[in-house]
Design a binder for this molecule. Sequence first.
Ligand code: AMP
Length: 486
Amino acid sequence: MDLLDRIDHWGRVTPDQPAHVSGSRVLTYGELLARSDALAAWLARELGASRAPVAVHGHKEPEMLIAFLGAVKSGRPYVPIDVSIPAQRVERIVQTAGAALTLTQAVITEISATPSAAAPRRVAGDDPFYILFTSGSTGEPKGVVITLANLEHFLAWMLAEQQFAVPGETFLNQAPFSFDLSVMDLYASLATGGTLFSITKDHVANLKSLYEAFRVSGLTTWVSTPSFAQMCMIERGFTAAMLPKLRRFLFCGETLAPETAAQLLERFPQAAVWNTYGPTETTVATTSIRITREVLEQWSPLPVGAAMPGTRVVILGENGEPVSEGERGEIVIAGPNVSPGYLGRDDLTAKAFFTLGGARAYRTGDWGRARAGQIFFEGRRDSQVKVNGYRIELGDLEANLRALPEVADAVVLPVEKHGRIDALAAVLVLAAEKTGSDFAFTAQLKARLGERLPAYMVPRKFLYVDAFPMTANGKADRRKLAELLG
Ligand code: AMP
């Protein structure tokens, strides 16, 4: 049984079980099966022999799940695009992906309503299953191709390690579907006949409604970035009394601070806390560790854990040689969870992917160390950052700022608070005199940048200078600029 068969199985044996709850909407496994089959049959008729990806534009609606499964059941990968991504960038993603068409909620609802026999060919083995676009350093988003085989390798490990109750778990879906963290909750849930409980942007905009939703959610498995859990902990009532069935927290995507883990263990004594690590390019997560009180006593900062079975995580030096235990180097991941590469970007693929001991390998760009069977993450080798769990290439932002006619040159810097990145700041050299007040001008620039990039990428602070201080080799001196920001 492959993943798709497993999901269909729940449509037959527990058709009335909710597969997805999002706001007031509920999608059952029976509906998911019938509607995704209908959509797949329509796509097969409409697109013929082409295996081009299908873009899916929306937020957390049940139609997203119908479209994802409909695409792969018709033999095509899907490209999830969240509504937070502005139209210009959506267009570039759709173009770069070579998408055959873009499905929206209304279209999916209409097409999937007419029952139809299953499509003749599904995605199998090494076929691309989904393509996720992440920030690219030159200003162009890059598409990471993940195959069914990649996804199944990841999922087999997750299910074996976590021993989810089958069926019967309720999974938190915090991340939008265009981020690979959502793959953890979405497919762990669908594969085990669980219920995916999505929180929407409306919940996040009104935290009172979020906590009310939590109270009636029946959540058993929490999947989020550490930032999101930290935000929830501002509410004193965010305890086991709010989520009495919660058994575990699964974190990925950014550093899990020991203080966060300790507070969660305190507030949720029945729940396990897990730190997992991995980039989109190696399918969601590759290492894991359960953070117990003993682990907290032993390590600070916390390790990200040990590699999943069948995959190697090694630390390599400057010339690709393995470093000794405890030495710092680049974290490299090799195994069946490693992506075939970036869609249509052989140049980028060749730089980051290679073969190691006969296995496909990926250079993460992360600094790390291995010690006592654990991997420790120690920051980035390049200018990729995480802000509230979002992966951002500073070069992406700088290129998009420079593309504005008002901007002659741009440097973007992370602003740190308590040792973690709290926000981004843009330092700009303008092409012409500023018009109006600094405040109004900045608001206008932010709005213009917001037409090109999602809101989470728009820097909070803007600073204007006549020229950048230069380093000896003629580059903008980021250290001096950071001092300017104070
Ligand atoms: P993404 O592709 O969005 O999942 O981002 C991957 C990057 O996030 C990794 O290369 C790391 O830099 C960072 N990351 C992921 N998980 C962790 C973790 N548990 N601790 C620290 N950093 C992490």
